[in-house]
Design a protein around this ligand. Sequence first.
Ligand SMILES: [Zn+2]
Length: 497
Amino acid sequence: MIYLFFVKHYSTVWIYCSFSTVCILEQNFDGIILICQSYEQLPDELECLKAPLQDYSAVDCCVGEEISLTKIRNVTLATKLNKIRNKTNALLFLLLCSLVFDFSACLYQCNLVIFLCHQPLEVREHKSSPHKVAVLGIWVKNQAQGEAVTELATALESGRLVYRDIGGSDPERMAAPRVAEYVQAVFKDSPVTVTVVSNLNTLEKEYPCLAAVNRCANTVPRHQARVIKLLYCGEGPIQQTLMVVGKGITYDTGGADIKAGGIMAGMHRDKCGSAAVAGFFQILAKLKPKHLKVVGAMAMVRNSVGSDCYVADELVVSRAGRRIRVGNTDAEGRMVMVDLLCEMKEQALKEVSPQLFTIATLTGHAIRAMGPHYSIIMDNGAAQRSGNALQWQKAGEVLGDLFEVSTIRREDYEFHKGKSEYEEILQSNNLPSSATPRGHQTPAAFLIMASGLDKHGVDSDKPLPYSHIDIAGSSGPFPGVPTGAPILAMATKYLEL
Ligand SMILES: [Zn+2]
């Protein structure tokens, strides 16, 4: 018996069907996606596909080597699917998963294919048809396997959808106040609690470095900063607490150290760290893992340029009481995250088994060092002792969310030490990170120093594990669609998929 399951985006009506029909060609899909080593080894149930594929391979040598599209037979839509088709005017596809069933491989293939079906928020909002693919059926031989894959694939995809909506949308559609509205709508009636901080006095008092970046954007009401706090507390005694801060620069002009020479385009993607935080919470909301508490903060700020913008040379005192000299206003990501990290650090001392993280499209150097497809993770001493970065790297391999591991060295701390008695910490040098040796590692040292996490190293009474994740390379191309990195790795590691 063969079962078919349907994966849907979180935002539309859930469709669930199962069929017991055996012959794939008699099913009612516009297309079949077959992922396999060789069509010669198709199982008996798929025997009917062999002859047409053999015929086609006689005239196209790319079959088996590259992705190929072939028309096998005209199919007639059955009543149920026809209704969906008429309603949505979208395509219906069937994915034939690994022929020898492997759960992770099947999940990987599902997420790969669903990703290709994605339609950007702006397109969904301006078209009557919400999806280009209305139904994705997943073919597996066993009902329990099918249900499990469907549940996970749906949860992971809904997380990536939230990520792509926030991270991929333009700087006005996802200006900070509108991100806050979107996040509140997504988590309404869910196990995730959302708190939005918008009061300027509160922002200035609690997050002075963030407020410095916000100073210019704050003069335009629709661009004013928001700190969005998220909380998930699973059932049962809590065994682990994750505390995650995401960089959410809705648009990065560079500030007064303006991005000149045509390098500003694409800077609406500078909010993908925050998008990852929201996306991960969406997965938590769907799968409701027990014994896990997750505290999240999205630092939504526009780095605008104008007469009120913060400039290089300014001194700002961080929440941790460190006097910071601004070196380059384009290094705003670390500024908007550092006081939230400091607040998390204060709270972490009261939590069960806390682990702190920052996720950010932080440096061009990350791309220069590792290429454009990989996240980079680097641990502080306490996180390194538990082998955290290597565990993330391993977890990421399961669903193709890949990492390189970097190390924070003593030179990175040295780099950010104040250069005169005016300042304790130098925020940045005056060059782009891509022109700076160790340009993606030093910001992690800055975050540790300016948040006061340096008081919680392995040599302290209360070590706090902290890891910084730079997704500048992995968050996705522009033009193009954000990938969702690193939320699949996070889900794999902490939800034990
Ligand atoms: Zn910047």
